[in-house]
Design a protein around this ligand. Sequence first.
Ligand code: GLN
Length: 307
Amino acid sequence: MQSIIDEIARDMMAIENKGEVASYIPQLAKVDPNQFAISVALTNGEVYQAGCADTLFSIQSISKVFTLTLALGKLGDNIWHRVGREPSGDPFNSIVQLEHEHGKPRNPFINAGAITIADLIMQGHAPKEVLAEILHFIRYVADDDSIAIDEKVAHSELKTGARNASLAHFMASFGHFENPVEKVLGTYFHHCSIAMNTTNLAKAGLFLANNGVNPVTGYTVVSAQRAKRINALMLMCGHYDGSGEFAFRVGLPGKSGVGGGILAVAPGKASIGVWSPGLDKIGNSKLGTMALELLANKTGWSIFGKE
Ligand code: GLN
């Protein structure tokens, strides 16, 4: 495994066009695109890493996997009254489908869906309290108490978050929201601004690779059924309108973020964190996807079969 990922990291660093960093969040536009990291946590507890696997980056939409897990823990299948579980086929920040479906987002991973999930987990509590709970959960699954929110990124998102504010107010116009829109947005922007490294991410996804149980700590995080369902949602919706392409090329449940990170799950085998800040046109990490494609091919981990 170490030699496989060393080779992948070398190949990725040699690629000249690493994609464009997200510029609509000014703080993310400052990140050097010339970086790559990969960490693989096997279900037997071994962790392998290559590239700058200790460098912290903004996990952005990868946080939606953890808030979805929390929402399911609090409310179970009741969440499906507020959010669907179908791929959207539209960009992550799209508003169009909300009008046709009475403010019910297609899935928990597009922005509208994740903002709805933030509303659901708040249950009348202050953003501060809910964020403490989200952080506590991520620290617990990643087994790292140093994980924190990058306040600069959160502030940057808040200042330039007109599109997300529009989505939230539009959904609220259907009368669905239980909490004040500004507080829901504050919660959403802050959980997107959590900073982690690829090893944190790989460890945090292990429960999804191991039927809901973290194989290192032995803790049952979710039931096997829930882990399986979260993986299904990641496969179908985790890369927005690029989810089909990701399944086609990589063949693993995965969740991307505009910070350039991707969490991928090889059920029964491993959880993988990759990061390279340059994005493709859809907003998914260009080299991150390429690296996962290479890894899946070299290991035969695609859930669809070997090459
Ligand atoms: N915080 C980002 C946003 O709301 C998350 C988007 C993403 O990572 N795709 O736009």
